[in-house]
Design a protein around this ligand. Structure first.
Ligand code: CDP
Length: 231
């Protein structure tokens, strides 16, 4: 079977990562969490007091950052920054509060997009983010755009944080999601927007299983089409 590229974009906390991870597992594809990459850069900037508006500081930091996805014993892809597993610290509110600002920086976007394209060169990947179907892989065979009501998104994010022992007030989460949606949608460099050929899935009233099934159904039809297409 021919391998394809699956791009899953959408607003903060609509279940993109959960869906992408499951779809990748079912298809035997690689899962790449592009948001984790922006979160790791943000963590580095916070820890090393890098000023996002200073291009020299930003470039120096980007040269010092090495990002690598490694698959753990359970088959889950985890992000390592300079050899250290950063999956836990990058999900903290401290990073969520700063990541959208850092993600507006041109140099940061250029570096991350270049790395994402390199990771997707062999196809057979599911990548989730904000600009995957529009900028990173405009030729992706399947593009899904996920949406959900803000209250549902905030509740789901609160549960995720609770599972990681971080208790955050629902109003604080709603505020953070709205603020990130606003910055992500209005920034100059590759803003969050639905690609013209993306298929929208509203996840407000459906279960994770249902959204995964929906994307797999779409993917299988694209895989069959790519495989049977005359060369
Ligand atoms: O999981 P959640 O929806 O909260 O966000 P994420 O996917 O971890 O992404 C965190 C942030 O990184 C987003 O709010 C964007 O500001 C930025 N991002 C981006 O600019 N471009 C991407 N392709 C992915 C994430």
């Amino acid at each position: 079977m021919q391998k394809i590229v699956i791009a899953i974009d959408g607003y903060s906390a609509c279940g993109k990562s959960t869906t992408a991870k499951e779809v990748a597992k079912e298809l035997g594809y690689r899962y790449i969490d592009s948001g984790a990459m922006y979160r790791a850069v943000t963590l580095y900037f916070l820890d090393h007091l890098v000023t996002p508006s200073n291009p020299r500081e930003v470039m120096k930091a980007l040269f010092a950052i090495n990002l690598e996805f490694r698959v753990n014993a359970k088959g889950i892809s985890e992000l390592f920054m300079n050899g250290v597993n950063v999956e836990k610290p990058i999900r903290k509110m401290r990073v969520s509060e700063n990541v959208s600002q850092v993600s507006t920086v041109k140099e940061v976007r250029e570096a991350m997009v270049a790395l994402q394209r390199k990771l997707g060169k062999e196809k057979g990947i599911v990548m989730d983010g904000r600009d995957i179907g529009t900028v990173v892989f405009p030729d992706a065979e399947l593009k899904a755009f996920l949406t959900a009501d803000i209250d549902v998104r905030a509740y789901r994010r609160q549960q995720e944080l609770l599972e990681k022992d971080e208790m955050v007030d629902i109003d604080e989460i709603i505020q953070n999601l709205k603020q990130r949606d606003q910055i992500d949608s209005t920034r100059k460099e590759s803003p969050l927007k639905k690609a013209a050929d993306a298929q929208t899935i509203d996840t407000t009233h459906i279960t994770v299983e249902e959204q995964v099934d929906e994307v797999i159904r779409m993917a299988l039809s694209k895989i069959v089409r790519a495989t049977t297409r005359p060369k």
